[in-house]
Design a binder for this molecule. Structure first.
Ligand SMILES: [Cu+2]
Length: 326
């Protein structure tokens, strides 16, 4: 368990806490003067299939889209950093820690706009049976387990996501998957679904107290439209149709049609064959870069630098201590 490759990588880019303190002090001062869009090196989020946090939250790649603008507006004009959607001390009981209807924000106020039940969040076009590649950007690597959930048939994307939508068990789970190119790599086979669905990823880290949550919007092909022949003969599509999908047909169809061209383009751009997936612009630096610098730059840029810095420093030190102790 200990001394494996990912842990070694982590330590390479891990300055001594004392040095971090002095560097942070000067960087905080500098950040208040300049740096419009400061990079954030926090922890992680899925970039493929693109998650609402990686798209819309701080330093996201699609913040200008209508859904992201709405999400931001619904969060008092500010969303937290895209890779920092985490809760400490969950200990595996996600359902107790994250309330229904707030799964995409993890119940965190700084991300509540991500819970909006909209059908135009940046999404990924997929199909049933596909071996979907997942790239979970790890801006600070941690050991831990990923649990990948998919919404059940009959999920209604016009309502806020609940645990019941996800079923009792994850589609798959992975412990310490390979970290290559700055992202954890996993693959899941997608079961039969139609229309808009949600991939919900839980990352319960074991090297820190934190668990991370994220929603990735998926768009399967719409359910086949059942033809209404004058005769009583069953429609040709009946072979694959079920009662559940049949009743859902009108909803799915209209939902897909309402998708804007921009959103459709976004979906195509993140189509599954692209294994690597888009990487948030601000996070493109080498992973061994300087996470501490990013933390302090953003803390300074957020204004109220002193307060933010104090809070951030406390969090960082606790975070490091836990990791050093593990
Ligand atoms: Cu972290």
């Amino acid at each position: 368990m200990t001394g494996n490759a990912p842990a070694a990588v982590t330590r390479l880019g891990d300055p001594v806490p004392v040095r971090r303190l002095s560097a942070a002090a000067s960087l905080t001062a500098a950040a208040t003067l300049a740096v419009p869009a400061a990079p954030v090196f926090a922890h992680g989020a899925p970039t493929t299939p693109i998650s609402r946090s990686a798209a819309c939250a701080g330093n996201g790649t699609r913040t200008g889209t209508a859904a992201c603008e709405a999400a931001k507006a619904a969060t008092n004009g500010f969303l937290g950093a895209y890779d920092n959607l985490r809760i400490a001390g969950v200990g595996g009981d996600d359902r107790a820690a994250v309330p229904d209807g707030k799964l995409c924000s993890g119940g965190l106020d700084a991300y509540r706009g991500l819970d909006l039940p909209r059908d135009d969040f940046p999404s990924t076009a997929v199909r049933s049976g596909q071996r979907l590649a997942i790239a979970y950007r790890g801006t600070i690597p941690h050991a831990g387990e990923f649990r990948i959930y998919l919404t059940r048939p009959g999920y209604d994307a016009s309502k806020r996501l609940t645990w019941a939508d996800l079923g009792s068990k994850p589609l798959a789970s992975f412990t310490d998957p390979p970290l290559t190119g700055g992202a954890y790599r996993m693959r899941v086979t997608l079961p039969p679904r139609t229309g808009r669905q949600m991939l919900y990823v839980v990352w319960e880290t074991s090297s820190t107290p934190d668990t991370y949550y994220s929603c990735s919007d998926l768009v399967f092909p719409a359910a086949p439209v059942v033809s209404r022949a004058p005769s009583a003969a069953p429609a040709p599509t009946a072979a694959t149709g079920t009662a559940a999908t049949g009743t859902a047909v009108p909803v799915r169809t209209s939902a897909v049609r309402r998708t804007s061209p921009g959103a459709a383009g976004a979906a195509a751009a993140t189509a599954p064959p692209r294994d690597a997936g888009p990487v948030p612009v601000a996070a493109t630096g080498p992973d061994g870069g300087s996470p501490a610098v990013g933390h302090w730059l953003i803390a300074g840029a957020l204004g109220g630098a002193a307060l933010a810095a104090a809070i951030g420093l406390a969090g960082r030190l606790r975070h490091r201590r836990r990791r050093a102790g593990s």
